[in-house]
Write a protein that binds this ligand. Structure first.
Ligand code: NAD
Length: 354
């Protein structure tokens, strides 16, 4: 049986990526929608033959009684993820939530607790963790294919349209309450994820700085942010076993950046003693490209959303662990909070560990 998904928020991602993906999935199908806009509700009801399974935000909690719905998929602005994930869990349905998981680590903790209490699964939308180029790069680095890992570089950004204004809900990405932050929350998180899953480890400490060219547009969130993260090159247990001196225990520096000021910045690279792995473009929906030690990967990019939705659906059906649970989203927010604190204070900040 295909699991029924309720899409909550019918913006660009739901319209252009998720609804088409739910027509390709083996284990999932679109079963319901939640939207505040009457014209969208009518359009989706007709286009996807949804009948009564169309809800307003005021009717959200009624999803509890909709037997066609197994999973509630939160596709709202970041600042609403926590509220709707928690209310979603309280309906007794499983919850899949878009990245970034929430505005703060504290909200992430509340979301995890709510899903545990309701005994439902929680998944976070990290599509790249299911994408063949990323998997190949990850496998190469983590199996020691580059020898000892020495450094990482990653960045993702785009140009925010000229008419964007933080007071218009249309541009919620510039509004602090709705977005939680600027490009770091929206696209820089892909670079952060890249570094975390390439190393398979958590950053120990970070430094960061921001730059600003359009002070009116970016009065609530950062415009461009550059940051570094220090990762342990060897685990503490290995370090003790091999009797390594202190300086060799924290050797991998990641240099990262994110921006709303220019496009075409979309890459991830890992450098080891025997060569490097490069992904560029790294985080697009299609047309990804990459190489290992200069050799092209020559891999196809499937519909990343269909693959990730099928993976979550199988975890729900089989009651098995999902690759990107709430804790994965929380770990990113712990690093993000440290990065913002470092940018604000100009100091190196330690990353709180889970
Ligand atoms: P969008 O602006 O196109 O859509 C957001 C939707 O939320 C709109 O339909 C809007 O009407 C609705 N909404 C409901 N309440 C709102 C409120 N109070 N204020 C503003 N809008 C409200 O945004 P999007 O690009 O579809 O992004 C939605 C979520 O999906 C975000 O969390 C974003 O980070 C995530 N996203 C993920 C990917 C990915 O590749 N995984 C790509 C794009 C977006």
């Amino acid at each position: 049986k295909k699991l029924g998904y309720a899409l909550v928020g019918l913006g660009r991602l739901s319209t252009n990526q998720l609804a088409p993906a739910l027509e390709k999935t083996e284990h999932a199908k679109l079963a319901a929608v939640v939207s505040g806009t009457p014209s969208k509700r009518d359009k989706w009801r007709a286009k996807y033959d949804l009948g009564d399974h169309v809800y307003t935000y005021e009717q959200f909690d009624r999803l509890a009684d909709d037997d066609a719905v197994d999973v509630i998929y939160i596709v709202l602005p970041n600042g609403l993820h926590a509220e709707y994930t928690i209310r979603g869990a309280e309906t007794g349905k499983h919850v899949f939530c878009e990245k970034p998981m929430a505005n703060t680590a504290e909200e992430c903790r509340q979301m995890i607790a709510a899903c545990e209490k309701a005994d439902v699964k929680l998944g976070i939308g990290y599509r790249c963790q299911f994408e063949p180029h990323h998997l190949k790069a990850m496998e190469t680095v983590r199996s020691g294919g580059l020898g000892e890992l020495r450094g990482l570089g990653a960045g993702f950004g785009f140009k925010m349209p000229a008419d964007a204004d933080p007071d218009q809900k249309l541009h919620w990405r510039l509004n602090r309450e709705l977005a939680g932050g600027g490009p770091l929350m929206d696209v820089g998180i892909y670079a952060l994820q890249f570094c975390r899953y390439m190393t398979g480890r958590e950053p120990i400490s970070v430094t960061a700085q921001t730059t600003l060219t359009e002070s009116i547009k970016f009065r609530q969130v950062e415009e461009t942010l550059g940051w570094t993260m220090t990762f342990p090159s060897v685990l503490e247990s290995e370090a003790k076993e091999r009797n390594l001196p202190e300086p060799l225990r924290a050797q991998v520096t990641a240099s990262c950046a994110t921006t709303y000021n220019f496009g075409g910045f979309n890459q991830g690279e890992a450098f080891g003693e025997k060569g490097s792995v490069l992904l560029k473009p790294a985080y697009s929906y299609s047309g990804l490209d990459g190489s290992v030690k200069g050799e092209p990967m020559n891999l196809d990019t499937p519909d990343q959303f269909a693959v990730e939705i099928d993976a979550f659906s199988q975890s729900v059906k089989q009651k098995s662990p999902f690759k990107c649970p709430g804790e994965e989203g929380l770990r990113d927010l712990l690093a993000i909070e440290a990065i913002y604190q470092a940018a604000e204070t100009g100091r190196r900040v330690e990353v709180a560990q889970l």
